[in-house]
Design a protein around this ligand. Structure first.
Ligand code: SF4
Length: 332
């Protein structure tokens, strides 16, 4: 069955927080609030593009960070509009994302009533020092409490983490990943820090107090984080910000790349292949991987093969049926 998801951005006007990486305050005046009629119209457009059978199974996704902290009447009006399409079977559920301190039993009851099935929390870090430095306005304990509440209500639970925040090193991100795994969320998104003009991080970057992590070191880190989650059966549903919109227009620094996940998965293949090749010693080899993964094993612009060559391993890549993701077989 082909699924279709409808993604709707919810502006968080009047947010009382000032997270270091967020430009909501500077842009919220210029952004229009989505209306319930626009929710209906987006759902109908999606349904019209597919047969009824194909549309069933998708989700209506309210993203934007703090859904449960927007004005209550407005939040319910959006949910009511979306729920019409869950009730009539066009979509299997509604996904929202919010802050950890925006979750309690009362809000969970409302979300349940209106067909919300999945809730994602912007945890960003599970180190209170990093949370404070980046003015998140919540603690790691609040993330744990929110996850426990969501699970007790039976929501599919997702956690979003950021790497490379102000004051954060790779060791902090690896520690955050371990703590996330202990909480057993269903999904994870990894967002390496991107500095957007007009944010506090931008000022810190301009004054030299903050040097954002670049693509290379971010890819190295994420190539360690992704397998940590996947080996524990936790789906990594996103790596890196979506392209387009404000990100590209207002980019000031940091780890933005439109195909960041592809780069990270390529690095995972490189690391696995290098580990195996070291056991064989320098020479010429064929690396066999699943057919769909050939481009990742090869790397963008053949970077993986070029790097292996520079270490004394002359490699070509071939596809082989029946290989698992990240499985690499070395042939002489
Ligand atoms: S990221 Fe922080 S500042 Fe931005 S909308 Fe969410 S809570 Fe508010």
């Amino acid at each position: 069955m082909k699924h279709i998801n409808v993604a709707l951005f919810v502006v968080h006007k009047g947010c009382p927080h000032m997270c270091s990486f967020c430009n909501q305050r500077s842009i919220s005046g210029s952004q229009k609030e989505i209306t319930p009629d626009e929710v209906r119209s987006a759902a109908q457009t999606a349904i019209a593009s597919l047969s009824q059978n194909e549309a069933a199974g998708g989700e209506i996704d309210f993203f934007g960070g703090s859904f449960t902290m927007i004005e209550r009447g407005y939040m319910i009006s959006l949910l009511e509009a979306a729920y019409e399409y869950v009730e009539n079977g066009s979509f299997k559920g509604i996904r929202i994302s919010t802050r950890p301190d925006g979750i309690d039993a009362e809000i969970c009851l409302i979300l349940k009533k209106y067909g919300v099935t999945a809730v994602e929390l912007g945890a960003q870090s599970l180190d209170d020092r990093v949370l404070e430095l980046n003015e998140r306005g919540h603690t790691a304990k609040q993330v744990e409490a929110a996850v426990a509440t969501l699970k007790s209500f039976g929501f599919e639970t997702g956690l979003q983490m950021m790497t490379g925040l102000y004051g954060s090193e790779d060791s902090d991100s690896l520690e955050t990943a371990k703590k996330i795994i202990e909480m057993r969320p269903d999904t994870v998104r990894i967002y390496p820090t991107v500095v957007i003009k007009g944010t506090r991080l931008h000022s810190l970057m301009q004054s030299g107090e903050f040097i954002p992590k670049g693509i290379e070191e971010t890819v190295d880190l994420c190539a360690r984080l992704i397998p940590m989650f996947e080996d524990e059966g936790i789906k990594v549903i996103r790596v890196g910000l979506h392209s387009g919109g404000d990100v590209e227009a207002d980019y000031a620094g940091g780890a933005y790349h439109p195909a960041l996940r592809e780069l990270c998965e390529g690095r995972i293949y490189y690391n696995i292949a290098l580990g195996k090749l070291r056991e064989y010693g320098c020479g010429s080899y064929i690396l066999a991987v699943d057919k769909k993964e050939i481009s990742k094993m090869t790397g963008q612009k053949k970077q993986n093969l070029i790097k292996l060559q520079s270490l004394g391993y002359g490699c070509s890549v071939k596809g082989r049926d029946g290989m698992a993701k990240y499985e690499v077989a070395v042939e002489k």
